[in-house]
Design a protein around this ligand. Structure first.
Ligand code: HEC
Length: 179
């Protein structure tokens, strides 16, 4: 290779690296802004985040039904660990999941994962989030399997955000507008 083409190749490679670094930095910013860690970092649902499991999945679940024994879902491990995280997902599969809540097996995920809001995101923002997730150190941490309604959960869980409770007096005395 001639010196000039070597120099050009180096410049192009350096520029590509700078672009990657910028995209990852944008992804980190968006992940902070959108509070992905609020659910996906172990312990965070109890306000006791584990730094060694940052975005590596929650052992504490989130209840999604009103049953005595509610259905429970566990925010996934988002680090690139191949066995317990997103290591075997392609970038396109991760981006699609963030935007549409459809996982790599075609399963529609629960809207507790706030994909209905994320669907309004620009494509390049979703791709930047994916680039950032793929740049994280892989952490091996398997979250518990989701629990179906009316089945006892052996893992702890929080109940939040998914219930509409109409007090009896309000139902009898007033007109209630439901969303
Ligand atoms: C309010 C809690 C919450 C927040 C905030 C949240 N998620 Fe999730 N996420 C979940 C839950 C719960 C699931 C599992 C849903 C299911 O299995 O139906 C999930 C699943 C996922 C999955 C699928 C992984 C898999 O293995 O199935 C990805 C990818 C993901 N979330 C990325 C993100 C990103 C990126 C953000 C921030 C931009 C984010 N999530 C914010 C709760 C949350």
């Amino acid at each position: 290779m001639k010196p000039l083409s070597i120099a050009l190749t180096m410049i192009v490679t350096l520029a590509a690296h700078a672009e990657d670094a910028q995209q990852i930095e944008r992804g980190r910013y968006l992940v902070d802004l959108l509070s992905c860690a609020a659910c996906h970092t172990d312990g965070q649902l109890l306000s006791e985040p584990r730094a060694d499991r940052y975005l590596a999945g929650s052992s504490i679940g989130i209840a999604y039904s009103n049953h005595d024994k509610p259905g429970v879902v566990f925010p996934a491990n988002l680090t690139p660990d191949p066995d317990t995280g997103l290591g075997r997902w392609s970038a396109a599969e991760i981006t699609k999941n963030i935007q549409y809540g459809i996982d790599r097996h075609g399963r529609q995920q629960l809207p507790i994962m706030p994909w209905p809001g994320y669907a309004h995101m620009q494509q390049e923002d979703a791709e930047a989030i994916t680039a950032y997730l793929m740049s994280l150190p892989p952490v091996k941490h398997a979250v518990p399997t989701n629990v179906a309604p009316n089945t006892p959960s052996s893992a702890p869980y929080v109940r939040y955000g998914v219930y509409v409770f109409f007090p009896k007096t309000a139902i009898e005395g007033e007109t209630i507008t439901t969303p």
